[in-house]
Design a protein around this ligand. Structure first.
Ligand SMILES: Nc1ncnc2c1ncn2[C@@H]1O[C@H](COP(=O)(O)OP(=O)(O)OP(=O)(O)O)[C@@H](O)[C@H]1O
Ligand SMILES: Cc1cn([C@H]2C[C@H](O)[C@@H](COP(=O)(O)O)O2)c(=O)[nH]c1=O
Length: 212
């Protein structure tokens, strides 16, 4: 991992399966930041896949169609590279707090599952692909939820993606847990089935601690 890149700011990521409440929490945090800035250098709220970009549009086209899973992985990686150079690294270099709704751990968790059986040791293959060039998060919140509950939430909110299936999300969950076990100092596991207010309090406390 490239530790030198973006050394002055802090990178916080939200991870978890579909419907675990990441986007809702990011919006809550943005509202807090508007009234009570989280960082004196300013904050950038972003996401992966990126939206309204060449690479993000290619990723969503792949998600909505039946694209070869290895090709889909490389589209996600291209979007991550563009996200780093266009948004994340410039903000970190300016000392900002960057909060991203999904980041590289989602690739390891999801494409480690979609490529399982196609690529030997797919999970570690995907993790290793990032190592020479990505910027690791300083803090990651893993929104832990039962896939059955997350799929119900996804049904309630309308359009579903091909990933929103209980059995598949069980494998994705196991991959997220593997990542958290490898880096216990980076991950904070949240009960995503708890009330948002509870988790917002934990998140604000942890973010303020790393900004001190
Ligand atoms: N703590 C919560 N309790 C109950 N419902 C919630 C909670 N947080 C979010 N929701 C609801 O669950 C649904 C999914 O939330 P959200 O879109 O924030 O999840 P997400 O993790 O961003 O999903 P995805 O990764 O698929 O974009 C929404 O309808 C949202 O209103
Ligand atoms: C970053 C990333 C995402 N995904 C999956 C997860 C979701 O099912 C879709 C779209 O994400 P959104 O948060 O619902 O907009 O893409 C993935 O498979 N790999 C990744 O790296």
């Amino acid at each position: 991992m490239t530790e030198k890149l973006g050394k002055s700011g802090k990178l916080v990521t939200f991870e978890g399966i579909d419907g675990s409440g990441k986007s809702t929490m990011l919006s809550r945090l943005q509202k807090v930041d508007e009234s009570e800035p989280l960082s004196c250098s300013g904050s950038v709220f972003t996401r992966e896949p990126t939206k309204e970009t060449l690479t993000g549009k290619a990723v969503y086209a792949a998600i909505e169609n039946n694209v070869d899973p290895l090709a889909e992985l490389f589209l996600f990686l291209a979007d991550h590279a563009a996200h780093l150079s266009d948004t994340v690294l410039p903000a970190l270099e300016n000392g900002k707090l960057v909060v991203s709704d999904r980041y590289s751990d989602s690739r390891c968790a999801y494409q480690g599952a979609t490529l399982n059986g196609t690529i030997s040791d797919a999970f570690n293959f995907v993790c290793r692909l990032h190592e020479p060039w990505t910027r690791k998060p300083d803090l990651t919140f893993l929104f832990d939820i039962r896939p059955e509950v997350s799929c119900e939430r996804c049904k309630d909110r309308g359009a579903q993606t091909k990933f929103e299936r209980v059995d598949f999300l069980k494998e994705v969950t196991a991959n997220f847990k593997k990542l958290a076990e490898r880096e216990p100092d980076r991950f904070v596991i949240l009960n995503a089935e708890a009330a948002p207010e509870e988790n917002e309090k934990i998140i604000l406390e942890k973010i303020r601690a790393i900004l001190k």
